[in-house]
Design a binder for this molecule. Structure first.
Ligand SMILES: NC(=O)c1ccc[n+]([C@@H]2O[C@H](COP(=O)([O-])OP(=O)(O)OC[C@H]3O[C@@H](n4cnc5c(N)ncnc54)[C@H](O)[C@@H]3O)[C@@H](O)[C@H]2O)c1
Length: 245
């Protein structure tokens, strides 16, 4: 990954931060794109000093297509290219069907699905052959979760988008794949589930533990490397066997 320029959305914490750190370890230039400019700059600075790589922090709300265009333009102007785009930013606010209003539906779908589509559209305009796009989907794209119908729909849409985009982007030799994580311990899941609920999930996972951002980040590193040149349009489940039984 040396000298590759990689944008990771939602990378000030959780899985996105894990991916940014793993890419930096491999000497990529990393662009930290999240909601808050100060947080992005702080994370970018920390990664630059820890891994001795170039970084940049740019605020970008992925539900706003203008901000996605700005993220791509600013990165291109500064680093001349984009080799890797990771669509990681996502939200999973638990609400039952009867509680979900139109604004709740729109926020989840705009963040998780619309944002990913426009990032693919804008990034692929300037990406060169050999570039990689990676989506962080979820096992919620494959099995149902009570209280997450809008989220499950957004992640199912993401998988369908990966397969269709892969067909179009193959002509430009741009790979696009997705990782579908299982239960990963992040600030997001710690905020939405108490310790007991997280332990109960761990007990049902064949691997007998919840995942870490690093479990996802190491797979992301492989899928975004030259070693994965012949893989495209795939959804790789990384869940310790949760969805097998
Ligand atoms: N943690 C899990 O168990 C799990 C499982 C499957 C899939 N995922 C997916 O992984 C991704 C990351 O999840 P996480 O648990 O690390 O989340 P998290 O809540 O811990 O971190 C999310 C990050 O995304 C950013 N973000 C939120 N909304 C944004 C927006 N509109 N624009 C830009 N950035 C935004 C936040 O600032 C933060 O940096 C999500 O797409 C999520 O659906 C997570």
């Amino acid at each position: 990954m040396k000298n590759k320029v990689a944008i990771i959305t939602g990378s000030t914490k959780g899985i996105g931060l894990g991916i940014a750190e793993e890419f930096a370890k491999e000497k990529a230039t990393v662009i930290i794109a999240s909601l808050n400019q100060k947080d992005c700059e702080k994370t970018a600075k920390k990664i630059a000093s820890k891994y001795k790589v170039k970084t940049l922090g740019i605020a970008c709300d992925v539900s706003d297509t203008n901000q996605i265009r700005n993220l791509i333009k600013t990165t291109k102007n500064k680093f001349k290219k984009i080799d890797i785009f990771v669509n990681n930013a996502g939200i999973y606010p638990f609400k039952s069907i009867s509680q979900i209003e139109e604004k709740d539906w729109d926020l989840v779908l705009d963040t998780n699905l619309k944002g990913s589509f426009f990032a693919i559209k804008e990034a692929s305009k300037i990406m060169k052959p050999g570039s990689k796009i990676l989506m962080i989907s979820s096992i919620a794209s494959m099995i149902g979760f009570s209280g997450l119908s809008h989220y499950c729909a957004s992640k199912g849409g993401m998988n369908a988008l990966v397969r269709s985009a892969a067909l179009e982007l193959a002509s430009k030799k741009i790979n696009i794949n997705a990782i579908a994580p299982g239960g990963i311990d992040t600030p997001g899941t710690k905020g939405s589930m108490d310790a007991k609920a997280r332990e109960q999930i761990a007990a049902r996972i064949p691997w007998k533990r919840r995942g870490t951002p690093k479990d996802i980040a190491t797979v992301a590193t492989f899928l975004c490397s030259d070693k994965a040149e012949y893989i495209t349009g795939q959804i790789l489940v990384v869940d310790g066997g949760w969805t097998l039984g």
